[in-house]
Design a protein around this ligand. Structure first.
Ligand code: HEM
Length: 196
């Protein structure tokens, strides 16, 4: 796994649980005082070990932690790779095009990086279906990243997972939808029109 994920995990742990917690987590995960560089690759087993240990320390599920962490890393991902995206793209567009833009580049630039294969089908302006497959089975991270993109673009994004590799499915199918809120003035207009 790409070092940027590990270095961001450290930032996430320290931001949510205070400085010093990262060292405790490393020790409990059996990783001593390991240093992760954002430009290198590290074994997948280490991110799994860190997540499982963090789950035991907090009492929160690995899925919950992965989703929360996914939201946290979006600003850094956008800062590092945002130039690969079209300026007019918003959350649903970025999800639709991640595979051919940022993940494709991450794969070529970092020989050891294996970002997941994201297959998408656009189902209208506000909706995209993601088919996610990866031996890492980190669909919760995908949901967290998508919701984090929503926050980044100030959009309300919902996710509903219809099938999941953790439940024996061959892939995870997730529908991401942008929820539009009708401005109060328009609700009033609609009600007035209805009562006429
Ligand atoms: C600005 C947008 C994005 C950037 C820069 C980005 C970049 C990356 C990078 C560098 C990795 C590590 C790959 C490795 O070490 O092998 C990764 C992993 C991952 N990405 Fe993205 N990504 C982006 C958007 C997304 C989106 C929109 C999704 C799904 C909704 C997604 C889902 C994942 C998942 C689940 C992983 C974990 C690895 C795995 O499942 O195998 N990413 N991404």
């Amino acid at each position: 796994m790409h070092g940027i994920i590990f270095s961001e995990l450290r930032n996430y742990v320290e931001a949510t649980h205070g400085k010093g917690t990262w060292d405790v987590l490393l020790t409990k995960a059996g990783l001593g005082n390991k240093v992760y560089m954002p430009v290198r690759e590290y074994p997948d087993a280490e991110i799994v070990g860190l997540m499982v240990t963090a789950s035991m320390m907090t009492g929160l599920s690995v899925a919950h932690l992965l989703e929360d962490f996914g939201g946290f890393i979006v600003p850094t991902l956008m800062k590092t790779y945002g130039h690969l995206l079209q300026p007019q793209w918003k959350t649903i567009d970025v999800i639709e095009h991640t595979e051919r833009t940022v993940h494709a580049v991450a794969r070529v630039k970092n020989s050891g990086a294996k970002p997941p294969e994201l297959r998408t089908s656009r189902r209208g302006k506000d909706e995209v279906r993601l088919t996610y497959t990866s031996p890492r089975k980190m669909c919760s991270l995908a949901i967290g990243i998508a919701k984090g993109l929503g926050k980044y673009f100030r959009e309300n994004i919902t996710a509903s997972e219809n099938s999941c590799m953790h439940k024996g499915a061959p892939s995870c199918e997730i529908i991401f939808r942008k929820v539009r809120t009708t401005p109060p003035s328009q609700v009033g207009d609609a009600q007035l029109a209805h009562s006429r």
